[in-house]
Write a protein that binds this ligand. Structure first.
Ligand SMILES: Cc1cc2nc3c(=O)[nH]c(=O)nc-3n(C[C@H](O)[C@H](O)[C@H](O)COP(=O)(O)OP(=O)(O)OC[C@H]3O[C@@H](n4cnc5c(N)ncnc54)[C@H](O)[C@@H]3O)c2cc1C
Length: 204
């Protein structure tokens, strides 16, 4: 509604209505590549979101009417977003999973179905706004139906559902004298290679 992200010098560095991935990466670049972010006393970085502009453009009372939750939330920290800009920085919003499934959420691992962020393929490389809830509901429901179907003809452990596989895993750890706090096997190994880790931005 007219708020503008600005850097530490008060300069606008991005069009405020870009899709959120473009907006978010421009914040990160401004802070960590262009060194134009505001550095907080704890060493974190951010850019200003010029929220008072909302009322300059739309009239007094717009923020209270359109963003009552935000107004209340920032008030708890003694920040009046009608008068002062807020410091912002992107955080993880969504993970485009990666576990391959069939159209019913079934993976190629016996007994494993997935739906939601952990699954791959539904959104391609970038999820459009608002589509996660839709994805979770559609594929959650489909997975449930598929699991129920599977259980009808389930023959393992004499047709009964058990935690025998967890007990077996714990016994194997004991036999190998491995002490661990972990309660279950790791299904998928660490997938981030050196190249991915090298690109990580350490913001803390
Ligand atoms: C700030 C924010 C705003 C959002 N707004 C929207 C929106 O407006 N519209 C929209 O569609 N989407 C939105 N999303 C995205 C959406 O909320 C998520 O994509 C969705 O909730 C993911 O659901 P999920 O079931 O895949 O994962 P999650 O909800 O993350 O569920 C995974 C669960 O697994 C549990 N878990 C993790 N590890 C283990 C383990 N080892 N053992 C047992 N349990 C474990 C976790 O505790 C968690 O409960 C938003 C996300 C964020 C962060």
């Amino acid at each position: 509604m007219g708020a503008q992200p600005v850097n530490k010098d008060g300069e606008a560095f991005v069009y405020p209505l870009e899709p959120r991935d473009v907006e978010a990466s421009s914040f990160i670049r401004e802070c960590y590549q262009n060194e134009k972010g505001v550095v907080t006393p704890t060493g974190m970085r951010g850019v200003w979101l010029d929220t008072p502009l909302i009322e300059v453009k739309n009239g007094a009372g717009t923020i209270e009417k359109s963003f009552p939750g935000m107004l209340r939330m920032f008030n708890r920290f003694d920040i009046d977003i009608r008068k002062d800009p807020v410091l912002v920085f992107p955080t993880l919003h969504y993970q485009n999973g990666g576990v391959e499934t069939d159209p019913w959420g079934k993976t190629n691992i016996e007994g494993l179905w997935v739906a939601g962020e952990v699954s791959g393929g539904v959104h391609g490389k970038n999820r459009l706004m608002g589509n996660s809830t839709l994805d979770c509901m559609v594929f959650g429901r489909r997975s449930g139906i598929s699991v129920a179907d599977y259980l009808k003809s389930y023959k393992g452990s004499n047709g009964k559902l058990t935690l025998a596989h967890v007990k077996k895993y714990v016994a194997m750890l004991k036999e190998a004298s491995i002490k661990t706090e972990r309660r279950a096997p790791i299904l998928f190994p660490e997938y981030r290679g050196k190249a991915v880790l090298a690109r990580m931005i350490d913001v803390f």
